[in-house]
Design a protein around this ligand. Structure first.
Ligand SMILES: NC(=O)c1ccc[n+]([C@@H]2O[C@H](COP(=O)([O-])OP(=O)(O)OC[C@H]3O[C@@H](n4cnc5c(N)ncnc54)[C@H](OP(=O)(O)O)[C@@H]3O)[C@@H](O)[C@H]2O)c1
Length: 294
């Protein structure tokens, strides 16, 4: 039995689908008010392979029922939340669980100071110190299902408004990874002892400039849209003020800082150890646009 932790989010249903296809029995840890519908939908005709265990890793909930008879787990709660990581590691140790795949992020490699990065790194350090057979996967920006917060949102915005706002000149490199390639990476490492106690970058096939990405989207959508470019420095100052005045800001200064930075990462180790071979951004975009149309 595999336990999925943080499965009700964006990545979870795609990982679940992949594992069920590979004949695993999967239990998902869900909070009382989590929406389970996408997981049930992902399991399709194989509902008998899917079960749920209620529990919240931020509280004092016992993880015993969730971890009973579990031989492997995939942990997908954002590592920014160090509390749930500590609670999970503790529960895993008590239950005698050995094998866990953790999903981190290439955010930890961005050469900028950030609290989020520090928290994720400190979670990774906690994991590395355990006696678990851990593997940490660090995906870049994930895209490719109708409800992702990245490109689907962007495509819908462009379609509705006919323009797009961006920060900086757009010459920085990005390397988004298609969601099914992340799920393939999870299933590729799960039983592979070569990957125990190792960290892997999980990125798209090749890096591309932000501007190339915009041009490709224009081509794929078969419509031109206006790109409004705002300068990085002044935009950062305005957004800092906006953040001070807003309780739940839609944009934070760190996001503007990241726009000026190359985010291209080698996945050679993943290719070598478990044959990771991701699709290109163009192919992923074709699939995403097809899904959105459907
Ligand atoms: N999305 C990306 O582009 C991207 C890129 C790189 C790395 N990653 C990493 O990939 C992983 C999955 O990302 P995602 O986008 O799928 O995340 P997400 O959509 O934000 O989902 C997070 C999941 O964590 C669960 N969760 C949060 N706190 C919990 C708690 N205390 N107890 C139990 N469950 C809890 C949520 O459950 P509820 O439904 O109950 O809220 C949800 O299932 C994360 O580690 C993320 O950092 C994501």
């Amino acid at each position: 039995m595999i336990l999925l932790v943080g499965a009700t989010g964006f990545l979870g249903p795609v990982v679940l689908k992949k594992l069920i296809k590979n004949n695993y029995k999967v239990r998902c840890l869900v909070r009382a008010d989590s929406d389970r519908s996408k997981l049930k939908e992902a399991a399709g005709d194989f509902q008998s392979q899917l079960t749920f265990a209620a529990g919240d890793l931020t509280g004092n909930d016992s993880m015993d029922p969730a971890l009973k008879d579990v031989s492997q787990a995939v942990y997908m709660i954002d590592l920014e939340h160090t509390g749930p990581v500590k609670n999970f590691l503790d529960a895993a140790r008590k239950a005698g669980l050995k094998r866990v795949v953790f999903i981190s992020s290439t955010t930890v490699l961005v050469p900028l100071k950030s609290k989020v990065k520090d928290k994720k790194l400190s979670s990774e350090k906690l994991i590395e110190k355990t006696a678990l057979d851990w593997t940490i996967l660090r995906p870049t920006m994930i895209f490719g299902s109708g409800d992702d917060e990245n490109f689907s949102k962007m495509l819908r915005f462009i379609k509705k408004r006919g323009f797009f706002i961006t920060f900086g000149r757009g010459n920085n490199l990005i390397q988004p990874v298609y969601i099914e390639d992340v799920a393939l990476a999870v299933s590729g490492v799960l039983e592979n002892k070569k990957t125990f106690k190792k960290i892997y970058n999980i990125a798209g096939k090749t890096p591309l400039k932000y501007n190339q990405m915009l041009a490709l989207i224009q081509k794929k959508l078969k419509r031109s849209f206006k790109v409004i470019r705002l300068p990085l420095g002044p935009s950062r100052s305005i957004i800092s003020i906006y953040c001070r005045l807003t309780a739940d800001p839609a944009l934070v200064p760190e996001q503007i800082d990241r726009m000026g930075i190359d985010k291209a990462y080698s996945y050679q180790d993943a290719k070598h150890d478990f044959g990771f071979s991701p699709i290109s951004f163009e192919e992923g975009m074709d699939r995403l646009i097809k899904d959105l149309k459907a």
